[in-house]
Design a protein around this ligand. Structure first.
Ligand SMILES: Cc1cc2nc3c(=O)[nH]c(=O)nc-3n(C[C@H](O)[C@H](O)[C@H](O)COP(=O)(O)O)c2cc1C
Length: 196
């Protein structure tokens, strides 16, 4: 019997016009093997008000959300694991990503999260480190390995293809291996909790 495929949501964290995020997310989606079923979530397609709800999602997880957010909420809830694709914006991650995180709560609970970063010199690492702190508060597990593209504009060609892919493909494999281990463990643990 083949193992159950785990549901992996790849989240494009930048929403600005002319963004590079989708190129990085598409590259990562191509690295994913058949242990996972992939859903690429583009935050630019969701309604994400900066003004948060009057009652925090931690207090009322099912509070009313904007109609334009319901697709995002359902897809986040369906995922077993996430890979967040993020640039650095002023040494941190995009505001749209914070909004998507803060509008949700149970969706992140006891799930595993990996990161793919890109930007100028820091390659998304400053954003990734901030995101680790945030996801800790949501009882999510962030895996150690990541993929980072410092000065991404020199690494990808004009067709969005990596000029020298081998090292980055190896990084993606290591990330996916860790994510699979943790996600399998957490899926089993959540199922045991429900059954108890
Ligand atoms: C508001 C803003 C702040 C930025 N801050 C940083 C930064 O602190 N470090 C860095 O390496 N690049 C920084 N950049 C460069 C971005 O990482 C780069 O523009 C990248 O393409 C942004 O991702 P996106 O194209 O998907 O929006 C910044 C870009 C913007 C728009």
């Amino acid at each position: 019997m083949s193992a159950q495929r785990l549901k992996l949501a790849i989240i494009i964290g930048s929403v600005r016009e002319g963004r590079f995020g989708p190129v990085v997310a598409n590259w990562f989606a191509q690295q994913v093997d058949d242990r996972f079923e992939v859903d690429v979530i583009d935050l630019a397609e969701a309604e994400l008000p900066a003004a948060l709800p009057p009652v925090p999602p931690a207090v009322d997880p099912d509070m009313p959300r904007p109609a334009g957010m319901s697709d995002l909420t359902e897809r986040l809830a369906a995922a077993d694991a996430y890979v967040v694709v993020t640039p650095d914006y002023n040494r941190s991650y995009p505001a749209a990503l914070k909004s998507a995180i803060d509008w949700h709560y149970t969706q992140w609970d006891a799930k595993s999260i990996g990161f793919v970063g890109y930007s100028g010199g820091s390659g998304g690492l400053l954003a990734i480190e901030h995101l680790r702190q945030v996801f800790n508060e949501l009882n999510a597990h962030t895996v150690r390995n990541y993929v980072s593209f410092p000065r991404y504009y020199m690494l990808f060609d004009e067709n969005g293809q990596l000029r020298e892919p081998a090292g980055f493909e190896a990084e993606a494999r290591a990330l996916l291996d860790q994510l699979h281990w943790w996600t399998s463990a957490l899926v089993a643990a959540r199922a045991a909790q429900v059954a108890a």
